[in-house]
Write a new protein. Sequence first.
Length: 623
Amino acid sequence: MEIARVVKKNQKEIKLFKILLVIFFILLAGRLFQLQILKGDYHQKQAELNMIREIPVSAPRGNIYDRQGRILVKNIPSFSIYVLPAEIENLTEVIHTLSSILKINPIKLKKILNDFARNSLEKIKIKEHLDPVNIARISEIEAELPGVYIEAEPIRYYPEKDFASHLLGYVGEITREELDILETKGYHMGDILGKDGIEFQYDCHLRGKDGVKKLQVDVQGRVVSLLEEIEPVSGEDLYLTIDKDLQRAAEESLSSVVKKITLKNSQPCAGSVIAIDPETGEILAMVNLPQFDPNLFSRGISEKAYRNLITHKLHPLLNRAIACSFPCGSTFKLITGSASLQEGLVAEHSVFNCPGVFYLNGIPFFCFLKSGHGALDFIHAIAYSCDVVFYKLGYALGIERLHRYASSFGIGEKTGIDLPGETGGLLPDENWKEKTYHEPWFGGDTVNLSIGQGYLGVTPLQLAIATTAVINGGNILRPFLLKKITTRDGSLVKENKPFNRKKVLVEPENLEVLKKGMRGAVLYGTATAANSPLVSISGKTGTAENLPCPENPHGRNHVWFTSFAPYDNPRIVVCVFLEQSGGYGGQWAVPVARNIIEAYIAGKKVKKLNNLPESKTILSPGD
């Protein structure tokens, strides 16, 4: 009985096993039918795709032109070597071969490749700008090194080197950090993108659309054939508002005076110039010294060269026209004066007496002319830049009104120019001082602010925009550098139009009074070095006093001059700024502006400012 029960149990188990086995084979057959019959075509295509490699082909960046269509930035051909990690069979062999031919440290090369996954389909640029010898040697063995490619690609070229370098900017290869942010926008490892200036601001238009090569490869990753090639689409071309001739004139004029100051002070000097159309806001020229050569970046800047740029005491990569703010000295009197006119504290023919000092609660605030200007009307107070007159007016206005009018002129806020890195500067008031220094605002702070001293921080572009408002009826314009964008065949993509951000709080008739004072400054006041037989120039000088500090051990002044011309029909505003130059605005900045204006209005060739004309009036750091 026991034996029979065991046999019967075994038969049941065998039967169950057979049933399970049949079910397994039915499921297996069904799966095979699904894979081979129902989805056979799909998997066949997937297998073929596994044998295809898509290699991106970089699109040429768009060209950049000046307002008259003259080339500023273009592309030239170059050859680079890339590695596709997913196709590498023998990493050690690739590293040994490439490091030997390209003279690259093998440890450095291994690190570059190890920064990416071995199965990555992103190509990695190993070296660019290959010379003909390296191209020939690698081409001979390229078939024996799966995953290694030589590609022809355009590189960015700046024909005139450091010309307009701060506004044009520069390009460089995308970093891993940048790729993490931009990958969803179609960027890939190895892409070139704008890093600063116009190149950065309009990168999405300039970069174009990459092409692709579809290659059939064998199981070893060797290329069998070219299946398809989609040509890249060139980036769009930019036409800027700047005038190439005027830009060159501004650079030469500023450079000549900077060299003279450097020799005089035995210390290098920096500076900036802005030239702008007062009716449209178009930037006609933008200069910053010292400059840099953007070609260093497009060819792959060395660590040493980059370190020299970022550690240089004058910071040559810094766009001082928009990214730095400083006290603007007596040029701020245009704002104090306009507020006083509008508030009825003064009229065109109001007469003042300047004894050389203004007392506030027993504290003396001296005029730059210690003996005083004596009796003078408001027009002459602007022309001669009398500190005492504006001490009185600023104090009478008070900080609340002075702040409100300055703000309406755009001081303390960004202008909205189409460039990266702009600062809004600083327009201080009672709340700011309380938060920053935990101190109340004093009347002396208002007195200092009224002549552009103290905590105030203004960029050259802000002052240029404020000046345009004085002469265009009170419109605060949005400055811009991009005139239009076109496709390579010339079709219009976008065109910039003038845009008024707001109006100042001053009536046009009061602004006309300021214009008369600025003309007087050139005819007989602090800016007589700008008096030209070719064009009627008007302007306001400014000198910002500095205390000695580690960055400025001698406490040298910053000097300014903001100007326009011609007087009756203004076509250009020019603002000149010199950092830690010493001296005064009428001495250093005025001749630079005159040179630039004569070049633009009269077409006069720029002369080197080796023998700068001296002003006919007594000047000092107050001007």
